[in-house]
Design a protein around this ligand. Structure first.
Ligand code: FES
Ligand SMILES: [Fe+2]
Length: 427
């Protein structure tokens, strides 16, 4: 249980808050490159602040405060030009550093523009998304995690959820929920609706482990009937500080991304790179397949007959900012306690003017590989991959059939087709 002050310190992300200052030390994806090809300016809300993001004619990206410094019209309705973004209202122009380079209605010899500076962040593309940094200079390096830069077929379901990002992150260090939410609860839903839920998730956790590491917290488990030699314990997978989780198995490499839009809204993405063992070539893609996954039905009820829909139900029904003054933390919540401690330690470093020490790098690099189990729960690879695709947010992907075929082709090349047909729920 936390005090109200402690809960506020951990959950408020606006400018000048302790968590807001820590989170501003990191890069965030805020748009798909494809969206900016369709229209070159996009409104972005990040950490409680509003920005205009634009694609430059030179092919780069810029991000600046949404409000024009002149008389505050939105720069989202501006004009993209070589060298910057021009306000639609009176034509003031700003370059990617926020420098005001033109004020066409001012007298010719005026030096007024030299006194005008807009806030501008940094923006860069990776993995088909535009990533931005809005913190203090100098910016750290954008971490080039494996999922975003490795070859494979990329697929990203996304949706904005009406809750604080921290309760989603706490779920990433809560292995017991798998056997209850995706095991027991899923079985109940299946019984009610007439399908057989996957039994792999119903296995009891006999041991869980959490280790602080360079990029966050490594989470490990041993399920009933399995051993410590298996990938679930020997490798595990990490919560990637401060707003992601790396997960996967059986040729699916996924980053779950939770971008704090503001205190009570989070942009969630399930970004997968499909690279099943046995395949070296993948269908051509300019950008990842991107689509909205559904989590509410037409009546406004949570959709709970698939894995991530169950997670979303748990995240959102905790409340917009869950009231941690009234919670009851038990021994099984040890990972949650560890994560809160890590946040407090990192907030304290930033408050002292230091860099964070977790998931923060100033070193130039091409790729960062993260540990992640391949053999998940000891289930046949193709069986696991198809269950993930049918019973996860990928079921909303326009590329679902293409992705399934990739995994089936790879299994036939490897010679390890499953011995039985899967029973999967309908849409
Ligand atoms: S409000 Fe932007 S130029 Fe006047
Ligand atoms: Fe889950």
């Amino acid at each position: 249980m936390l005090s109200k002050e402690q809960n506020d310190a951990l959950t408020r992300v606006g400018p000048g808050t302790p968590m807001g200052d820590l989170l501003r030390m990191y890069w965030y994806p805020v748009a798909f490159q494809k969206d900016l090809d369709d229209w070159p300016i996009k409104k972005v809300r990040l950490l409680g602040e509003d920005f205009a993001l634009w694609k430059t004619p030179e092919g780069g990206y810029g991000i600046m405060q949404e409000r024009c410094p002149h008389r505050h019209a939105s720069m989202v309705y501006g004009v993209v030009e070589p060298g910057g973004l021009r306000c639609g209202y009176h034509g003031w122009k700003f370059d990617c550093d926020g420098v005001c380079t033109d004020q066409p209605a001012e007298p010719d010899k005026s030096s007024f523009k030299e006194n005008i500076k807009a806030f501008a962040g940094k923006a860069e593309a990776m993995g088909g998304m535009v990533w931005v940094y809005i913190g203090p200079d100098p910016a750290p390096e954008l971490p080039r995690f494996d999922v975003f830069v490795d070859p494979g077929f990329k697929d990203a379901g996304h949706s904005v959820l009406p809750c604080n990002w921290l309760q989603i992150m706490e779920n990433s260090v809560d292995p017991h929920h798998v056997e209850w939410l995706h095991g027991n609860y899923f079985r109940f839903i299946g019984e009610q609706k007439g399908f057989v839920a996957p039994t792999g998730f119903q296995k009891k956790h006999v041991k869980v482990g959490f280790d602080a590491m360079e990029w966050g917290i490594l989470k490990r488990r041993v399920l009933e009937g399995n051993t410590e030699d298996m990938d679930d314990w020997a490798i595990g997978h990490p919560l990637v500080f401060p707003y992601c989780m790396r997960v996967g198995g059986a040729g699916i490499e996924q980053m779950q991304i939770r971008v704090p839009i503001d205190d009570t809204h989070t942009w969630t993405l399930f970004y997968s790179n499909h690279q099943p063992v046995g395949l070296t070539e993948f269908p051509d893609q300019i950008y990842p397949e991107s689509y909205e996954y559904r989590w509410l039905d037409d009546k406004g009820e949570h959709i709970v007959d698939y894995i991530e829909g169950q997670d979303v139900m748990a995240w959102v029904t905790q409340g917009d900012i869950t009231d941690r003054t009234a919670e009851h933390i038990g021994k099984s919540d040890i990972g949650v306690v560890m994560l809160r401690r890590m946040f407090r330690e990192q907030m304290a470093l930033v408050a002292e003017g230091k860099d964070p020490t977790v998931a923060f790098t100033r070193e130039k690099h091409d790729r960062i590989g993260l540990p992640c189990e391949k053999d998940k729960f000891g289930v046949n690879f193709l069986e696991f991959a198809l269950a993930w695709l049918e019973m996860g947010s990928s079921r909303y992907s326009p590329a679902l059939d293409t992705i399934k075929k990739l995994h089936i082709d790879a299994a036939s090349i490897r010679g390890d087709m499953p011995g039985q047909n899967l029973v999967v729920p309908g849409q």
